[in-house]
Design a protein around this ligand. Sequence first.
Ligand code: ADP
Length: 370
Amino acid sequence: MVGGGQLARMTQPAAINLGVGFSVLAKTRDESAAQVMSDPMIGDETSLADLRAFAAGCDVVTFDHEQVPPEHLRALAADGVPLRPSPDALHHAQDKVVMRARLTELGIACPPHRIIKSPDEVPAFAADHGWPVVLKTARGGYDGTGVWVVMSAAAAAEPFRADVPVIAEERIDFARELSAVVARSPSGQAVAYPVVESVQRDGICVEVIAPAPGLPSDRAVEAQRIALTIAAELDVVGVLAVEMFETRDGDLLVNELAMRPHNSGHWSIDGAVTSQFENHLRAVLDLPLGSPAARAPYAVMVNVLGGLPGVYPAYRHILARDPELKVHWYGKTIRPGRKVGHVTVCGDNLSELRERAWHAADYLRGETDE
Ligand code: ADP
C-alpha cells in the first residue's frame, strides 16, 4: 500500500488475519502505518524511482491516499505493475473536474458547477446559482483543505493561487451528508455497505452513524445503486466511497469519490461482518468479498480530532466506564484538530450510543473530565 497513514495502519490487521504479506511505502519510519510494520519502505510517493523500488517487491499495489502523481501511476502501469485501482479509475478520485465530467456523462446528479478561470467569473455564477459560492481546486484537496465558501469576487483569490483548475459550485442547502461505501473486485463482484450519515465540521468528518437514521429504504438502495454504478463504470477495484448530499427534497447529489478505505467506513471494523479494510484487501487480491452486513442495529463512530499527549490515563477512565467501547488510536503526533484516532460503539439505542461515543472522544480530547 502506497502511503503510511492510518488507513494503511488499519489495513494491516486484516492482512495479518488473511496471512497476506503487507508492506507500505511511507514517508518516515514514525508515520502511522510504518510504526506498526516490521519492514516498511521509507520513501517518497511523488518520486517515480521510489515507487518503482517499492513496486518491485509487490504482487499488487494499492493506495491509502490519492496523492500519487497520475503520470507516475501511468509509468508504473506501463512497467506492468498491477495497480488496483488502475490509474484511469483513480484519476476520478484525484481530479474533481474529471470526476464531475464523468459522473455527469453517466447521468449521475452532482451539485451544479462550472469551471472558472478567475475570481471575476464568480459573480456571474452567483447570478445563476446564488451566493455564497463554493470554490474548489480540482486537485490536491482533502478534509476540506481545497474548499472555500465565498460571498464575493474579492474573497475568491485564494483558490487561484495554486496552478490548478478551479470549480465554482452551488452551495447546497442539504439536509445531511450520506456516504455509500462499496467494494469491487477485478472479476466484477461487488458488495455494498449500509449507507451511513456522516457529519462534518469545518470540512472534516467528525461523526458517522451506520445506517443513516430514518433513511427510507428506497433512497438507501438508490445511494447503493449509484455507488455500484460508479464502481462498475469506472472499473474501480477495491473500496469506493461515494460522498453524497441528501437534499431537503430527498434527492441525492454526489459530492466526492474516494478509491480506498474511507473514514465513513471505519465503523465496519467493529460493526460489520467484514471490515472495509479486509474487503479492500480481498478486492485488490481478487478474492471473494466478505459480507458487508451490520452486526448490530446501529454503529456510531466519532473521530478524535486533537487529543491529550498521553493517552493511557484517559484509557483507564473511558475503557472502565464503557466496556463495549472500541478505541482505534493512530499513533500520530497530536496537533489541534488533527485526526488522531476514532471510537466506535454498536447497539440498538442510537441516542445512548451517540452519547457514549461522543463522551469517549471528548474525554480523549481533554474536553471533559467526567
Ligand atoms: P475534500 O475533497 O477536501 O474533502 P469536499 O468536496 O469533500 O472536499 O468538501 C468537504 C466538505 O465541504 C463537504 O463534506 C461538505 O460538508 C462541504 N461542501 C463541499 N461542497 C459543498 C457544496 N457544494 N455545498 C455545500 N457544502 C459543500
